[in-house]
Design a binder for this molecule. Structure first.
Ligand code: GAL
Length: 691
C-alpha cells in the first residue's frame, strides 16, 4: 500500500488565532462587484473565517487560451484577507471552458454506449485519461500557483472538485488505452487477467492486453463479466486519482508550504471512488455531505461523518460542503427543520471535523443551483437561515475558545467495517438478489448500536479495525487473502467478531471461496452455508420475510446454514412452515475460535431486528453496555489525550424532548434548556458539555 501523506492543516492568517474554520464555497464571479462588500460585511458578522473560491471559474480566469485575468480574483481575495477571511483557493480546473472543448472535443468523456458528454450546459465534461485535457489543466494549475504562491491569504488548495461526480466512468478510446495499461500493471500477464476475470466463461478469453475494452454496452438484459466490472471500478477510481495527483503535484511543486485537499463525497448514499485509498493522497481529508431527508437524517449523517473520521485516521478533517437547508438536485428538495442547521454542523464537528463549510455562501440568482439553499439565502440577511448561520458562527467560536481544537473523536470499543470494493461488487447485476448491497448493512448496525446506547466507529477495511474490542463485518462480501488472515488473527488473538450474511463470499478477484460460505472464515464463525435464500415480493406467493424465534424478522435474504461447528452455539433460529426447509435452522450462531469468539448473523434483520438481537449478541461476546447510555440520544465524545479534556456532544434522536442529568459544564446548546444539573434537549437539539 502507498504511504499516506503527512497530515497538514491550513494555518490561520498571520496575527489570528487558530479557530474552527467556518464558511463555504464563495462564487463572487456570479455577482457584480458591488455585491462583494456586502458579502464581506455579512461574512464577518456571521463569524466566517474561510471561503473556497474559484472552483468553477476557469472560463473567467482564462477567458481564452493562454490569456489570464486574475484581476477580479486578486481583488476579492484581497478584500477577504484584509477582513480576516482566509481563502481555500481552487485549482479552478473542475469545469473546462467552451473554447477548450470546441478546440479539443477529444477531451470529452463518453458513456458506455459511446455517446459523447456534451459541453455547454453543465460541468465536469472532461475525461480523466485525456493527455490533452491533462496538459491544459496542469497549465492552469501552474499559472494559479505562480500567481498566488506568495499570497498570504491563500491558506490551502482545493484541487478540482468532487472528482468523479459526473465523470466517474469514461468509455472513450483514451480510457480504453489506460485501462489496458492499468490491467498490465496490476496483473503482469494476460493469462493472469484471464484467470481473474474468469474469461473461460462465455468465450471471453483474451490473447493480448490490446484486446481489453472497457465494459461498454452489451445489449439490454445481458450480463457483464463481474470481474471485469469490479476492475473497471478500481481503474476508474485510480484514473481519477492519477489525474488529481498530477494536479496536486503541479501545485505543490510551486507552493510546497500550502496544504492541499480535494473534497470527497462520503455518505451512505453512494461510493463513487475508493475514498479510503484517496485519503492517503491528501494533506487533510475533506468531505461534502448532503443530508438524507426523513427519519434517518441524523443517524446517516453521524454514520457518514464517522466514516470520514476513519478515512482520516482520526486526524482533524474538513467539512467542505453541506447545506443550510434544501438542496436542489433531488426530485423533492426537503428543507431543514428549525435547529437542524446548527445540529447537523455540530454533529460533523462531534465526529472530528475542525472545519464547517457549506455550499454555498450566497444563494445563486440564476443557473442550475438557484434553488439550492445557502448561508445567505434569497431572502437576505433578515432570515432565519442567516440568523442560524450567525448562531453557529458564535457556537464554533465558543468551542474553539473552550479548547476543542486539538481534541479528537474518542475511540469507540466497537468498529463497524466499511469496504468500498464490497460495495462495488455487491452492486453488480448478477448476484443472488439486487436488493442486497454492502452499504446498507453498516448503517443498519450503526443505528441499531445507537438504539442500545453504543456509538460505534465506522472504519475502512484498510484501517485498524482489528485493534477494537468488537469488530463488525457487515456484508463484507469481498474478503481478500490478506483480510481473511486479519480476520483469523483478530479472533484467534482474542477479538470479538460479529459477521453477517453476505460476508466473505469472494476473494479480491470476485472468485467465490469454495466449500460452503463464508469460505475463507468458515471455521472462525462456525457455520457452513450451502445456499442463499433471498426473499422478495416480485412474484405471487414468494416468501417476503422470515421470522426468528427471538422476535426479529428477516427481509431480503437469509442464509441456509447447513451445519455448524462442534463448539458453536445457536443463539436464534428461524421459525417457518415445516416444508420450506427453514424451520428450526440456525439464524444467529456463536463460535469460539482461538482466544476469541464470533457471532454470525445469517439474516438481514434491519435496524430493528439487529437492535432486538444485540443484547444477546453482546452478552455472548462478553461486552457490557454502560447503564448511562440512553438510546434517545446520540452521544459522541471528543477527547484531548494529553490533557484529558473531554467534550461530550449529545443529540436528540427522537421527536420528543429528552431530559437527563449531565456531568460537566454546558458550553454550547441549541434547542436545549438547563435547570440545575437537569438538561432537556428538544427534537433537533444539541448540547455540548465539557469535562
Ligand atoms: C456538490 C458540488 C457543489 C454543488 C453542491 C450542491 O456536489 O460540489 O458544487 O453543486 O453539490 O449540493
Amino acid at each position: 500500500m502507498n504511504q499516506r501523506r503527512e497530515h497538514r492543516w491550513p494555518r490561520p492568517l498571520e496575527g489570528r488565532r487558530a479557530r474552527i474554520w467556518y464558511g463555504g464555497d464563495y462564487n463572487p464571479d456570479q455577482w457584480p462587484e458591488e455585491v462583494w462588500d456586502e458579502d464581506v460585511r455579512l461574512m464577518v458578522k456571521a463569524g466566517v473565517n474561510l471561503v473556497s473560491v474559484g472552483i468553477f471559474s476557469w472560463a473567467k480566469i482564462e477567458p481564452r487560451e493562454d490569456v489570464y485575468d486574475f484581476g477580479w480574483l486578486d481583488r476579492i481575495i484581497d478584500n477577504l484577507g484584509k477582513a480576516g477571511i482566509a481563502v481555500d483557493l481552487a485549482s479552478a480546473t473542475a469545469s473546462p471552458p467552451m473554447w477548450l472543448t470546441q478546440a479539443h472535443p477529444e477531451v470529452l468523456w463518453k458513456d458506455y454506449r459511446g455517446d459523447v458528454c456534451q459541453p455547454g450546459g453543465a460541468r465536469q465534461h472532461w475525461r480523466p485519461t485525456s493527455p490533452v485535457f491533462c496538459e491544459y489543466a496542469l497549465k492552469l494549475c501552474r499559472a494559479m500557483a505562480e500567481h498566488y504562491k506568495d499570497n498570504p491569504y491563500v491558506v490551502a488548495w482545493h484541487v478540482g472538485n468532487e472528482y468523479g461526480c459526473h465523470n466517474r466512468f469514461d468509455y472513450s478510446e483514451d480510457a480504453e488505452r489506460a485501462f489496458q495499461d492499468w490491467c498490465e500493471e496490476r496483473y503482469g500477464t494476460i493469462e493472469a487477467v484471464n484467470d481473474a476475470w474468469g474469461t473461460a466463461f462465455w468465450a471471453q478469453h483474451l490473447n493480448d492486453f490490446s484486446e481489453i475494452v472497457p465494459p461498454r454496452f452489451i445489449g439490454d438484459g445481458n450480463f457483464m463479466n463481474p470481474g471485469k466490472l469490479l476492475d473497471f471500478k478500481r481503474f476508474s477510481s485510480d484514473a481519477l486519482k492519477s489525474f488529481y495527483v498530477a494536479e496536486r503535484d503541479a501545485l505543490a511543486e510551486i507552493t510546497p508550504e500550502k496544504p492541499l485537499t480535494t473534497n470527497f463525497m462520503v455518505s451512505a448514499g453512494g461510493s463513487v471512488l475508493d475514498y479510503d485509498d484517496w485519503g492517503g493522497e491528501v494533506d487533510f481529508v475533506s468531505n461534502d455531505h448532503y443530508f438524507i431527508p426523513g427519519e434517518a437524517h441524523l443517524d446517516e449523517l453521524a454514520f457518514s461523518a464517522s466514516l470520514v473520521d476513519g478515512i482520516s485516521r482520526k486526524d482533524p478533517w474538513f467539512l467542505m460542503e453541506h447545506s443550510t437547508s434544501a438542496v436542489n438536485w433531488r426530485p423533492i428538495n426537503y428543507r431543514k427543520e428549525p435547529g437542524q442547521l446548527v445540529r447537523d454542523s455540530l454533529a460533523h464537528v462531534a465526529m472530528g471535523a475542525d472545519a464547517v463549510c457549506y455550499f454555498q455562501w450566497r444563494q445563486s440568482r440564476s443557473g442550475a443551483e438557484k434553488f439550492h439553499s445557502a448561508m445567505l439565502p434569497h431572502a437576505g440577511e433578515d432570515s432565519q437561515t442567516f440568523r442560524d448561520v450567525c448562531e453557529l458562527g458564535r457556537d464554533l467560536g465558543t468551542l474553539a475558545d473552550e479548547g476543542l481544537l486539538g481534541t479528537k473523536l474518542a475511540k469507540s470499543s466497537v468498529a463497524i467495517v466499511f469496504d468500498y470494493e464490497s460495495e462495488w461488487a455487491s452492486e453488480h447485476t448478477a448476484t443472488p438478489t439486487q436488493n442486497v448491497h454492502h452499504i446498507d448493512e453498516p448503517l443498519a448496525w450503526f443505528r441499531a448500536l445507537a438504539d442500545v446506547g453504543v456509538t460505534a466507529d465506522v472504519v475502512p477495511i484498510r484501517s485498524n479495525w482489528d485493534e477494537y474490542d468488537v469488530a463488525i463485518l457487515p456484508s463484507v462480501y469481498i474478503l481478500s487473502e490478506e483480510n481473511t488472515r486479519r480476520v483469523r488473527d483478530y479472533v484467534a488473538n482474542g477479538g470479538k467478531l460479529i459477521a453477517t450474511y453476505y460476508t466473505g463470499i469472494s476473494d479480491e478477484r470476485d472468485h467465490v471461496w469454495l466449500g460452503g460460505y463464508p469460505g475463507s472464515i468458515r471455521d472462525v464463525v462456525g457455520v457452513r452455508i450451502e445456499e442463499f435464500a433471498p426473499m422478495g415480493s416480485d412474484w405471487p406467493g414468494v416468501p417476503d420475510h422470515l421470522d426468528l424465534d427471538n422476535g426479529a424478522v428477516a427481509h431480503d435474504i437469509v442464509d441456509v446454514i447447513g451445519s455448524i461447528g462442534k463448539d458453536a452455539k445457536v443463539l436464534a433460529s428461524f421459525k417457518d412452515d415445516p416444508w420450506t426447509g427453514m424451520d428450526g435452522r440456525p439464524a444467529i450462531v456463536s463460535n469460539p475460535y482461538g482466544e476469541g469468539r464470533s457471532v454470525y448473523v445469517g439474516a438481514r434483520l434491519g435496524r430493528d431486528g439487529i437492535a432486538r438481537s444485540l443484547p444477546m449478541i453482546l452478552e455472548t461476546l462478553g461486552v457490557e453496555v454502560k447503564d448511562s447510555s440512553d438510546p434517545d440520544l446520540l452521544r459522541i465524545e471528543r477527547v484531548d489525550e494529553s490533557t484529558g479534556a473531554r467534550f461530550t456532544f449529545l443529540f436528540n434522536r427522537t421527536k420528543e424532548p429528552v431530559s437527563m442529568l449531565v456531568e460537566g459544564r454546558p458550553v454550547v446548546m441549541s434547542l436545549a434548556d438547563c435547570a440545575g444539573a437537569t438538561v432537556t434537549i428538544n427534537p433537533n437539539g444539541v448540547l455540548v458539555v465539557k469535562q
